[in-house]
Ligand binder design. Structure first.
Ligand SMILES: [Zn+2]
Length: 264
């Protein structure tokens, strides 16, 4: 059946040229590396302090990110959700932005302030450290076919109520990736952001949302992502926490080992 064989070959050729890898790889803690076609984004990955509890990127890996070595070459964007040391380090980000002279970083004013505090020549990167005014609504960043929507939320926990936290929706090649940072578990805020209408393909959510009914309801009712990934899981996370995640969000993928990945 030569015709069938030629058609199959044509179909395979067509599939291989139109499809490309779209995946998110676990860096450490809430750090995620998104790769979609030519687009590469690092979220909450430039830090070396796990507060004694959380995984951190390895020193060589961190150097490769900062220097823009493969696979972190030609980064499209750096995103940082908030100014805590298990999500970002000001010296590392200052070096990253000074080394990669075309890279933009979208983050909170608090993060930008602390980067500025450790630099003598902050002016050289000022234009590429982007923030949005603190507002209740979504703001949009757009460049080279990549769109990122960002909205502020309160950080989880009363003690951190003054820490600005950004929720990101990365929209790339027709897929939507949600990252919450350490956003407060407030159903009203999630409802207000109308996340369930976004059709999120994959959501990266702190594991503690998944250990009880309250957070699980936020995920199912107000976010409703196609895939959900638990992040911020401690190195010595308890068996009880894992069992609760299985109970409340059974479909959740749990990022525990750097290098794990999810496709979307
Ligand atoms: Zn935090």
């Amino acid at each position: 059946m030569p015709f069938l064989r030629i058609s199959l070959f044509a179909l395979l050729l067509c599939l291989s040229t139109t499809s490309f890898s779209q995946k998110a790889t676990y860096i450490a803690n809430s750090g995620i590396f998104i790769q979609s076609g030519e687009t590469k984004i690092l979220i909450d990955s430039f830090f070396d302090n796990g507060r004694g509890k959380f995984a951190t990127p390895g020193a060589t890996q961190l150097d490769a990110m900062v220097a823009g070595k493969s696979p972190y070459n030609n980064l499209s964007l750096a995103l940082i959700t908030h100014s805590h040391p298990d999500h970002f380090n000001q010296q590392k980000v200052a070096k990253l932005m000074s080394t990669q002279k075309k890279l933009n970083c979208l983050t909170t004013p608090q993060v930008v302030d602390s980067i500025e505090s450790v630099m003598d020549n902050f002016e050289s990167i000022h234009d590429r450290t982007l923030t949005f005014p603190l507002s209740r609504t979504w703001k949009t960043y757009s460049k080279d076919g990549l769109t990122v929507k960002a909205a502020y939320s309160r950080h989880a926990g009363k003690i951190n109520a003054k820490v600005q936290d950004l929720i990101f929706i990365v929209n790339v090649n027709g897929k939507k990736i949600l990252h919450l940072g350490d956003a407060d578990m407030n159903p009203d805020r999630f409802q207000e952001l109308k996340l369930k209408y976004e059709n999120i393909d994959v959501a990266f959510i702190p594991f503690w949302y998944m250990t009880g009914f309250y957070g699980a309801e936020i995920i199912n009712k107000y976010i409703a992502p196609k895939k959900v990934v638990a992040v911020h899981f401690p190195n010595n996370g308890s068996k009880q926490s894992l069992a609760k995640i299985k109970q409340f969000v059974p479909e959740a993928i749990i990022f525990q080992n750097p290098g794990q990945s999810v496709t979307f």
